[in-house]
Design a binder for this molecule. Structure first.
Ligand code: NAD
Length: 306
C-alpha cells in the first residue's frame, strides 16, 4: 500500500516505520526541516528497549512530492489538524482513506470538512513514542490500536474492518469497532482526568491519587464530561472515574503528554480535551465549570510561556 504520514513526529515516525518495515511504500511528511533532513541523510533511528535500529524511509517537507496515497495517517498535534487536513485532501485525491489516531476530540470532524467523510477513519492507539531529536524516536510502549469509520455507514465499517485486518497482519495489532466515537470518548475521559491537572501542578500521574482534594478535582472534571457524553448519547463506562484512578496508578511515574508539553513550553492539546467539553457544554446549554477553569488555566499558562 502507498501510505503517507502527515505529522511525522514521535507517533507518525513510529507508525510510518512499522508500516515501511512491513513492506509498504511509506512517505513521511513533516514541516520540521531538520527532522526531515536527518531522516533523508542518515535514516530514521528507532530506539526500543535500549536497542537502536535505523530505517531508510522517504521524508519530505513538501506533500506535493508524494503524489497520491491510498492511506494518509494524521499524527500532528491537534492544534495543527486543519493544516494537516489541507495536505491530506491533496494526498488522498478522489479515493484515498484518511485516518487519525490523534488524542482529543474534534480531529476527525475537521478532517471530514476537507475530505469526503465516508473516507475518514478515526481511532486510538496504545502504542507510545517519544521524540529524541531530529531523525530519532523512542518506541516507548506497545499496545492495541482501535479503528472505526467516522461516517457510520456500511461502506465505512467495511473500510475500518479491512484496514484493521491489514494492520494486524503486518504486526500492528488492531481491532475495528462500529462505535468509534465512544472509544474516543472513553480515552478522552482518561485524558480529562489526568492531563490538565498534572500539567498545571507539575506532578506525575500517580500523584493525582495522593491527596483527596486532587482526586476530587479529577473526579469532578470527569463526571462533568460524562454528563455531556450522556446528553450526546455517547456510551461511556459508569466506572470511568475508577479507570482514571487505575491509569494514574498504572502510569504513576509518568508525566502526562500535556505535562510534557508544558515542561517544554509547547502549545498543548487542551482545546481538544477539556476545551472540547467546554465548547460542547455551551452548544448544549449545559454547564462545565471545572473543565472551563482547567482550560482557562492551561490556556493562560501556555500564552505566557517565556
Ligand atoms: P509530535 O509533536 O512528536 O509530532 C507532531 C509532528 O507534527 C511534529 O513533528 C510537527 O513538526 C508536525 N507538524 C506540525 N504541523 C504540521 C503540518 N501542518 N504538516 C505536517 N507536519 C506537521 O507529537 P506526537 O507525540 O507524535 O503526537 C501526535 C498525536 O498523537 C497527538 O494527538 C498525541 O496526543 C497523539 N498520541 C501520542 C502518543 C505518544 O506516545 N506520543 C500516544 C498516543 C497518541
Amino acid at each position: 500500500m502507498k501510505i503517507a504520514v502527515v505529522g511525522a513526529g514521535a507517533m507518525g515516525s513510529l507508525f510510518g516505520s512499522m508500516l515501511a518495515e512491513a513492506g509498504n511504500e511509506v512517505w513521511l511528511h513533516d514541516v520540521w526541516v531538520e527532522h526531515v533532513q536527518a531522516i533523508n541523510k542518515d535514516g530514521l533511528a528507532i530506539e526500543r528497549g535500549g536497542k537502536i535500529r535505523t530505517l531508510s524511509i522517504s521524508a519530505t517537507t513538501d506533500p506535493e512530492q508524494i503524489g497520491q496515497a491510498e492511506l494518509i495517517i494524521i499524527f500532528v498535534k491537534s492544534t495543527h489538524t486543519a493544516a494537516a487536513a489541507e495536505s491530506a485532501r491533496k494526498l488522498a485525491g478522489s479515493d484515498g482513506m484518511v485516518m487519525t489516531l490523534q488524542n482529543g476530540m474534534g480531529n476527525a470532524d475537521i478532517l471530514a470538512k476537507f475530505i469526503d467523510p465516508e473516507r475518514v477513519l478515526a481511532g486510538t492507539t496504545s502504542h507510545g513514542a517519544t521524540m529524541l531529536g531530529p531523525g530519532r524516536i523512542r518506541h516507548a510502549g506497545v499496545g492495541a490500536t482501535t479503528i472505526g469509520a467516522w461516517a457510520e455507514t456500511k461502506q465505512g465499517a467495511e473500510r475500518a474492518l479491512k484496514l484493521s485486518a491489514f494492520f494486524t497482519k503486518l504486526g500492528i495489532e488492531s481491532e475495528a469497532v462500529d462505535d468509534v466515537r465512544s472509544v474516543l470518548w472513553n480515552k478522552l475521559l482518561i485524558n480529562i482526568g489526568l492531563n490538565a491537572i498534572t500539567a498545571l501542578t507539575a506532578i506525575k500521574n500517580g500523584q493525582i491519587l495522593d491527596l483527596e482534594i486532587t482526586r476530587e478535582l479529577s473526579r469532578k472534571a470527569v463526571e462533568e464530561a460524562m454528563k455531556i457524553a450522556g446528553r450526546m448519547n455517547i456510551k461511556v463506562g459508569e466506572d470511568t472515574v475508577d479507570k482514571v484512578y487505575a491509569v494514574a496508578d498504572a502510569t504513576a511515574a509518568n508525566r502526562s503528554s500535556m505535562g510534557q508539553d508544558v515542561d517544554n513550553k509547547r502549545q498543548t492539546e487542551i482545546g481538544t480535551i477539556n476545551g472540547y467539553i467546554v465548547r460542547e457544554a455551551k452548544r448544549l446549554g449545559m454547564q462545565a465549570p471545572v473543565n472551563e477553569t482547567l482550560t482557562a488555566l492551561v490556556e493562560t499558562l501556555q500564552f505566557h510561556y517565556k
